[in-house]
Write a protein that binds this ligand. Structure first.
Ligand SMILES: C[S@@+](CC[C@H](N)C(=O)[O-])C[C@H]1O[C@@H](n2cnc3c(N)ncnc32)[C@H](O)[C@@H]1O
Length: 449
């Protein structure tokens, strides 16, 4: 990633986007061998993360063209790839996600960067954990015995009770994020799928010590935070450990975010939405469920009060396309906005549940887009990273439907980039969805207002 400030030109030159994209082919955009997750990008593992370098290059292009771009919006922010790329370019940022673990990770990446204080907190926490010889299980939840061996629970409890003693909250948050990866690494769910799926009897004993893993992870994350802070410092966007631009992070269903930060309009959208309903694409909720159960609920973002952790399917149910209620009536609305949707819908066999899944997802996406466009300045560019999937054996061209939905709201198509995905891990997919090898980047302009 180039860290030098791009030369600023006064206006967006006609044809410059074509010129920029034509220099590069689809292999260039695959970022094969160039997709390392540096500095804060490595704080947490999260499903379907974007390639930071690619998003960074695209953002740079738009910043070079228009010096008025000061803020970036990611309505499906996930682990915060776009957040970090925006911060290293000194942007204001708004990120939204329904998943509390995603927002907590973003909060940790947003700072503060009180590095000396954090190193002292870490020394204190490590000391406390090492001297805590108790084997008591002072925290549990339904099915903890199913998902964790007894010895693992003993060590996770030890880490948990000692993180709880750390003050203030920003420091605890940093440790909870490291802890969440350790919970995933030491649970009895198969590492090859994002779904909660119990390991074979034979593999269940194969877990490392949570304390050992936690120590390693915290040391790595401290180094990552230091590198991130150094980059921000070089860009003059950090002062006394605080990022100098505005960052807002909302843990909410984007459809319900309309009345929050009402007057905040943003200059550029960079995002990657889910590619279908979580249940049959990527189960972000199930992936995050066990870490979220272990983290102290008092330190989680607000939506936890919303019974979001009542069961392991709840977040996925509340995410785009999770609820199938009223799907038949909703299909008519979406067909009115997108011919491609109608065509794909008609191809899906009526005896499958495909039509219902397809419709529920696009109907929710359509509602989300209304809210998202209202947050954007008129004429703001949008960079959407999208992937196709198949439903009941029928290929769903998300990029085409997406484009048509946006056009029906007055937005203008600008460009599309097709990219190879070198090794995108999309585990847990069922028979109805093929593994993805291609992604598209759809560039559109907001003309909705
Ligand atoms: C493809 S992931 C984003 C990954 C992110 N770009 C990254 O690099 O980590 C899509 C995100 O959309 C979120 N999501 C799904 N439905 C949502 C909704 N209704 N409102 C807000 N976020 C939602 C998921 O929780 C997930 O984090």
């Amino acid at each position: 990633m180039s860290l030098a400030k791009p030369a600023i030109k006064n206006r967006f030159k006609v044809g410059s986007l074509d010129h920029f994209l034509n220099q590069k082919d689809e292999h260039y955009w695959s970022f094969r061998g160039r997709a390392k997750r540096d500095h804060c990008h490595s704080l947490i593992k999260y499903p379907a993360m974007m390639v930071p370098q690619m998003q960074g290059e695209l953002i740079d292009f738009f910043l070079e063209q228009d010096q008025n771009i000061k803020s970036v919006f990611d309505p499906f922010v996930g682990s915060g790839t776009v957040l970090v790329e925006s911060m290293t370019r000194g942007m204001d940022f708004l990120g939204i996600d329904i998943n509390p673990l995603a927002i907590m990770a973003c909060e940790a990446k947003a700072g503060p960067f009180f590095l000396n204080a954090l190193s002292l907190k870490w020394a204190s926490l490590e000391g406390k954990i090492n001297s805590d010889k108790s084997r008591k299980i002072d925290y549990t939840f339904d099915e903890a015995d199913k998902w964790f061996l007894l010895d693992v629970q003993i060590e996770l409890c030890k880490i948990r009770r000692n993180i709880k003693k750390i003050k203030p909250k920003w420091a605890r948050r940093f440790f909870w994020v490291a802890f969440s990866d350790v919970v995933r690494m030491t649970c009895n769910s198969r590492p090859t799928t994002y779904k909660l799926h119990i390991k074979d009897e034979l593999n269940i004993e194969e877990v490392d010590s949570p304390v050992k893993l936690f120590v390693e992870k915290c040391v790595k994350n401290l180094t990552a935070l230091q590198s991130h802070s150094k980059i921000l410092d070089e860009q003059n966007c950090i002062k006394r450990g605080k990022y100098q631009r505005r960052i807002d992070l909302l843990n909410v269903d984007v459809i319900n975010s309309k009345n929050m930060l009402k007057k905040h309009k943003l200059d550029l959208l960079v995002s990657s939405p889910p590619y279908g309903d979580n249940g049959t694409t990527v189960t972000y909720g199930q992936y995050s469920y066990l870490p979220l159960k272990w983290i102290d609920a008092n330190d989680l973002p607000v939506s936890v009060e919303n019974k979001i952790l009542d069961n392991s399917n709840r977040i996925d149910f509340l995410s785009l396309g999770g609820s199938k209620k009223g799907w038949a009536e909703r299909a008519e609305t979406i067909s009115g906005h997108s011919n491609s949707f109608q065509k794909i819908y008609d191809e899906i066999p009526t005896e499958s549940t495909g039509r219902e899944r397809l419709t529920s997802f696009f109907a929710d996406l359509n509602l989300a887009l209304d809210v998202i466009l209202e947050r954007l300045q008129n004429n703001a560019y949008m960079i959407w990273t999208l992937g196709n999937r198949s439903v009941s054996g029928v290929e769903v061209q998300l990029d085409l439907i997406f484009q048509e939905l946006l056009e029906s709201k007055g937005c203008a198509f600008e460009k599309i980039i097709h990219r190879d995905i070198p090794s995108k891990r999309m585990p847990g997919r069922n028979k109805t969805s093929k593994t993805m090898t291609k992604e598209t980047v759809l560039i559109m302009k907001n003309r909705s207002s």
